[in-house]
Design a protein around this ligand. Structure first.
Ligand code: FBP
Length: 548
């Protein structure tokens, strides 16, 4: 296959490993853990994997002789830069345990395990994918592993291939599945370990021991590069307002990180909008006021960053979505065969009057997305909702009737962008290349330690890679009970943007100035080769959260 010059150079990059993983390791057990909430219920649901201790790996002076191990790996959910490095780290790790160890990749996500679709990942295949973006080595999918029949079908193929450990690389939903699978296999005494790895560009799978999910660093650097380019264009032509929607299904971490990197005129943070109970009309007024103030200075241009999950946080729509989810979940069998118009009619005649009114106030396309499309985990597919057009349309209508905007002779012309898929498969930054390789290598150490129901954890990430701290945390520790498809379910708690956290505080402190003056920063493209301060910097979110 033909390769670009950068592809060739990048293939030779040797990711950095924490010192503790560079030779033999010893396991240091911490205190027993408990779930973040609903402890009693979660303990009952996970009798075999609840309360396990945190684990840390330290350098050991003596190496034991390991036995060959067969391991399965699954890439689950949305793509995130660095997935291939998790797999190559895992491959190198199990080969270090014993050179006869083997790695099998299940194809197209968790569905590959259930349908027995797999390939063996050999050294030549792994070498083709080192330090590359994408999940194309084995593909990914969003099949939800939740039924006993699926677990048993999986068990058949794991036994057939002699696999004694399964690594699931995924976000909060996929790692929830990993915990359920670990519990089931443990309860059945199968001897099969299940280990999770924290993936998602959304950055919402994190806590004290998982400092960030992989892919966030690269994706936000790619989006920030392009936002910077747009800001240069915007500041050159001085005639457009750019409405830029950014991926991140629920939390606004991506928008916040990009704002810190590029200093746009406006960035909406969904969590703040919910906290302040702002309506759609409040948000429109907030944007229109800034557009008017800038117009008064002769600046009829600007940038607005919009997190894609915004609509789910605006209180009037949050109530609407909750009632819709409950209605559709409780009537799943009834609505299954309905066509779009029958379903719309069913929804309209069963929703409360307040929520029918909210739905009717939306453009048809947005209302349709909220009503009809859900992913396999029951989530609204927010990436398909054109919030950027909804907002600019409402702002334009508001300005058209504004006396003040007329007085200052303002002009408003909007352009729209959505950045999401552009960044999810980029070649991992040095940070993500090192972090992912370490996560995978560390997963092999967790397998060697004989644990199950753990997530691979690498900490101390603002320090150079050699000082990173490897270990594992029980997945049940991150769980709580939430309402999903009209049922109470154990799930990993999503980490939303904290309004008392340092990244938001830094943003809030400066946004007034960014709104009225033009303070754009132009980060430029990711650099893979060059000085450390240019090439190896972690995200600003990570730095602000962990700088001491
Ligand atoms: P994960 O949570 O699975 O990592 O996916 C994240 C994400 O990229 C979201 O930002 C986005 O809303 C969603 O995937 C899009 O899903 P799809 O790839 O199925 O269109």
């Amino acid at each position: 296959m033909k390769k670009s010059a950068l592809q060739k150079a990048r293939a030779a990059y040797q990711p950095k490993l924490p010192i503790a993983l560079q030779g033999a390791v010893k396991v240091v057990e911490g205190k027993p853990t408990q779930s973040v909430a609903d402890q009693e219920t979660i303990q009952k649901l996970f009798p075999n994997t609840y309360g396990l201790p945190e684990i840390r790996f330290e350098k050991n002076s003596t190496a034991g002789q390991g036995k060959p191990v067969n391991v399965g790996v699954i890439l689950s959910g949305g793509q995130a830069p660095g997935g291939h490095n998790v797999i190559s780290g895992l491959f190198d790790g199990i080969k270090k345990i014993h050179r006869d160890s083997r790695l099998f990749g299940f194809l197209m996500g968790p569905g590959g395990l259930v349908d027995h679709k797999y390939i063996e990942l050999t050294a030549p295949i792994i070498d083709e994918y080192r330090n590359t973006g994408g999940f194309d080595i084995i593909g990914s999918g969003r099949t939800k592993l939740e039924k006993v029949e699926q677990f048993d079908k999986g068990l058949e193929i794991l036994r057939e291939l002699g696999i004694s450990a399964l690594v699931i690389i995924g976000g909060d939903d996929s790692n929830t599945n990993a915990a359920i699978l670990a519990e089931y296999y443990k309860a059945k005494n199968t001897g099969i370990q299940v280990i999770g790895c924290p993936k998602t560009i959304d950055g919402d799978l994190k806590n004290n021991l998982i400092e960030t999910s992989f892919g966030f660093d690269t994706a936000t650097k790619v989006y920030s590069e392009v936002i910077g380019n747009i800001q240069r264009d915007c500041n050159s032509a001085k005639k457009y307002w750019h409405f830029i929607k950014l991926m991140g299904r629920s939390a606004s971490h991506i928008a916040l990180e990009c704002a810190l990197q590029t200093q746009p005129n406006i960035c909406l943070i969904s969590e703040e909008i919910e906290e302040k109970n702002m309506s759609l009309s409040d948000i429109v007024s907030y944007i229109a006021d800034i557009v008017t103030a800038r117009a008064a200075e002769g600046n009829n241009f600007g940038t607005v960053l919009i997190p894609e999950g915004l609509i789910e946080f605006i209180p009037e729509f949050k109530r609407l979505i909750a009632e819709l989810n409950e209605l559709l979940g409780a009537n799943a069998d009834k609505v299954a065969g309905m066509d779009a118009s029958a379903l719309t009619q069913f929804i309209m005649s069963n929703l409360s009057a307040e929520n029918v009114a909210s739905l009717k106030g939306l453009p048809e396309g947005v209302a349709r997305q909220l009503m009809l499309d859900r992913d396999p985990h029951g989530n609204v597919q927010v990436s398909l909702i054109e919030t950027e057009k909804l907002l600019s349309g409402l702002v334009s209508a508001k300005l058209a009737t504004s006396q003040k905007f007329k007085e200052v002779k303002g002009k408003f012309s909007a352009l729209h962008h959505f950045f999401g898929y552009e960044g999810r498969c980029a070649d991992p930054s040095n940070f993500d290349a090192d972090y992912c390789y370490s996560l995978g290598f560390n997963a092999s150490a967790l397998i060697n330690a004989g644990v199950t129901g753990y997530m691979s954890s690498i900490r101390n990430l603002v320090k150079p890679a050699v000082q990173w701290i490897p270990g594992g945390i029980p997945i049940t520790m991150m769980m709580n009970i939430e309402r999903r498809n009209a049922e109470d379910k154990p799930v990993i708690q999503k980490a939303l943007v904290r309004l008392d956290g340092e990244p938001f505080r830094k943003f809030a402190e400066q946004r007034e100035e960014w709104a009225h003056n033009t303070c754009y920063i132009y980060p430029g493209p990711i650099q893979y080769f060059g000085p450390t301060e240019v090439c190896d910097q972690p995200s600003m979110t990570l730095k602000y959260e962990h700088r001491n």
